[in-house]
Write a protein that binds this ligand. Structure first.
Ligand code: GLA
Ligand code: ZN
Length: 676
């Protein structure tokens, strides 16, 4: 648990006093108190201030900030400031500058802009981290380290190219093995010398984002970039740990951000933290799924909500205001799904540059008489009253949904069979159906221990890594239910097709063979025709995107295609394997199918929703458990009040301080937390 020093849900966020004069600091302190703010994330972008040149360090502003905040009861999430390098560094040590995907050497500008394999960047970032740790190791206000900021983006410079070749030597050992893994005899790309390998960008193999001639090298470059940036994190973390072994270290992640393999990252982080910026029209269940993914990164450990906006963003095309109540509602949504902190970007709105129209607790008007401030202050009081009640509470899902970044890279890099396949959306379809039934799900990696679960769903598991098929087989043999879909089991970890029939290594578990794969135009559909009624799953449903043309090799055929030349071929199969069952969904089904299908799977396993009956439309449910107590969250995302039947057992309403049972009214955009 991270919150020992401040045993409550931390409340605060990014604070940039260096952008302001001292008179304003006094006002900040006054208003932080009014808002119940007890944590400030400081020094995120202050590298140029604390190190004005190579040999000079000046921590005077930071010293003052740390001391005065602590004196005012505000603890510090201390950033190492390496998310943007100083201008002098770029000029004096141009190796810190990246080369972009088009092969252009960047000049100074922007942020998240350092080459991860730059010797100068690595040296200076570790130095500043060490200096900060040395200086503040005994500061009573120091709560947690925040390394860099939102790591991301790739570099294609010569240092990265050299690093890539070294990484490849380690991965493959010999050029023969590499040539084989990348299938380089295709188009005569065989390498005879490691130095012939150049980075895959628009000067070589790639174009237009995720298009490539060679999936092998492109996939490995994504792995290598994720690894390189992680190396930067680890180097700073080691420097911090030397001086402050007991202070937790994190860096703020970004949910489904495509470029980094966060499951790999989380192995090296003390706690996961992330920045949540849904837009007004982001499906609620998508945000819920993202929280669950962030919780899944460390197999269920609570995480930090490091950033969210109190009201609007500036970088979306249309930056809607959070409607009254929504900031509180979305804050509790994070808590309900495992967050032990509620933090904002930012505490005070800046006056210049591109984030001046980004929402903040303290807005440009400068006083507390704003809607946004009032809502922040109310939440601040409420979180104080919750004290340490929910801290470190866990979830107990019996259904797991597998998500894998490398699988996503491979799918997105794939040339064919369709451009319409969106991996994250396919995953979300399954999540959303469970969400609507109020059934809890964990988002897990391919490496997770499946034995904790009754049902494991791996949508579009195109890439099957070594050992996975075996573990899935063991899980099913032991009685588990496994579900996978069209376009699964096709390739190995190098994107080389497993020959002998799709779905490759999963073929015997699923008891099917996929002979061909048809891609449908967006307006084209096929049908799932149920062979018989299965608990309300009956009749005909729509499907699309891809249709695998499968043959049963022992699996029971539950539904067949209703159209086209493959009408009558199986589209839904169930294979009994040991004590369990493995299902194959050969196309992308409509919502109605998805819900009844998942309802049946849950029913078979005796998995129930969190309520005696389905929550009314718009009401989200989630549960955390701790010390034998259960905390049930009812989150009403609609503007109208909802009546929710919680059953006969009396429960304690934590926010209203009353005992309730039966039908509970959840106000429009309101939150109810029930203890039992
Ligand atoms: C990110 C960054 C912050 C800020 C916000 C704005 O999360 O970490 O520095 O730019 O976005 O939404
Ligand atoms: Zn580089």
């Amino acid at each position: 648990m991270i919150n020992q020093k401040l045993p409550k849900i931390w409340y605060g966020g990014d604070y940039n006093p260096e952008q302001w004069d001292r008179e304003i600091w006094k006002e900040d302190e006054r208003m932080f108190k009014l808002a119940g703010i007890d944590v400030a994330t400081v020094n995120v972008f202050s590298w140029a201030l604390t190190q004005p040149d190579e040999d000079t360090y000046d921590f005077s502003v930071l010293d003052e900030t740390m001391d005065r905040l602590y004196k005012e009861g505000v603890y510090i999430c201390l950033a190492t400031s390496t998310g943007a390098h100083p201008a002098w560094m770029a000029r004096k040590y141009p190796d810190v500058l990246r080369v972009d995907v088009q092969g252009r050497k960047r000049k100074f500008g922007g942020r998240h802009n350092s080459c991860p394999n730059s010797p100068s960047y690595r040296k200076f970032s570790v130095q500043i981290a060490a200096k900060l740790a040395e200086r503040y190791k005994d500061h009573p206000g120091l709560l947690i380290w925040h390394v860099s900021n939102e790591y991301g983006g790739y570099c294609y410079c010569e240092n990265c190219a050299a690093g890539f070749r070294t990484w490849l030597k380690e991965r493959y050992g010999t050029l023969d093995a590499l040539n084989k893994a990348w299938n380089t005899r295709f188009w005569g790309h065989t390498f005879y010398d490691w130095d012939e390998i150049v980075v895959p960008n628009e000067l070589s193999e790639e174009w237009g984002g995720n298009r490539t001639n060679f999936q092998g090298i492109s996939l490995d470059y994504r792995r290598f970039m994720s690894y390189s940036l992680l190396e930067c994190y680890k180097l700073e973390q080691a420097a911090l740990k030397k001086h402050t072994p007991d202070i937790p270290v994190t860096t703020n992640l970004m949910g489904f951000y495509p470029e980094l393999d966060y499951f790999e990252w989380a192995k090296h982080m003390d706690i996961v933290s992330w920045d949540n910026y849904p837009s007004l029209n982001t499906p609620v269940s998508f945000t819920a799924m993202t929280h669950d993914l962030m919780r899944g990164l460390k197999s269920g450990d609570p995480f930090m909500l490091m950033e969210q906006t109190p009201s609007q963003q500036n970088w979306q095309p249309y930056n809607s205001l959070k409607r009254p109540g929504v900031m509180r509602l979305w804050s509790y949504q994070a808590v309900a799904r495992g967050a032990d902190t509620v933090m904002f970007f930012q505490l005070r709105r800046s006056v210049g540059a591109c984030e001046k129209y980004h929402g903040a607790v303290i807005e440009h008007v400068g006083h507390e008489h704003t809607r946004v401030f009032r809502e922040c202050a109310e939440l601040g009081q409420e979180l104080q009253s919750l004290s340490d009640k929910l801290l470190d509470a866990r979830t107990q899902a019996r259904v797991a949904i597998v998500y894998d970044w490398e699988n996503r890279w491979a799918l997105e890099l794939s040339s064919g069979p369709t451009i319409a396949l969106n991996y994250v959306n396919e995953v979300h379809k399954y999540y959303d159906a469970l969400f609507k039934m109020n059934v809890e799900a964990d988002m897990v990696s391919v490496e997770e221990d499946f034995s904790k679960y009754d049902i494991v769903i791996a949508p579009v598991l195109y890439m099957v890594k070594p050992g996975f098929a075996n573990r899935a087989e063991q899980f099913v043999s032991a009685g588990g239910t496994f579900v996978t879909t069209f376009f699964s089991g096709i390739v190995n970890e190098n994107d080389l097709v497993t020959t002998g029939g799709y779905p490759g290594e999963l073929r015997s578990l699923l008891g099917i063979w996929a002979e061909e794969i048809d891609a449908l135009f967006p307006d084209q559909k096929n049908e799932i025709v149920m062979k018989q009624d299965w608990n309300g799953l009956s009749g005909t449903y729509e499907c699309g995107v891809l249709c695998d043309l499968i043959h049963s090799e022992g699996a029971e055929v539950l539904a067949e295609y209703g159209q086209d030349f493959y009408q009558g071929m199986p589209v839904l199969t169930r294979n009994r394997y040991g004590a369990g069952k493995a299902y194959y969904v050969a196309s992308s089904p409509d919502e109605a199918f998805m819900e009844s299908f998942l309802a049946n799977l849950c029913e078979e396993k005796g998995i129930k929703g969190l309520l005696p009956e389905r929550a009314p439309e718009g009401v989200e449910t989630a549960r955390r458990v701790k010390d034998g107590k259960e905390y049930l969250f009812l989150l009403n995302h609609s503007a109208e009040a909802a009546e929710v039947n919680i059953g006969d057992n009396p429960r304690q309403d934590l926010l209203a301080h009353s005992s309730v049972s039966g039908s509970v009214t959840v106000p429009g955009r309101g939150v109810v937390i029930l203890e039992s």
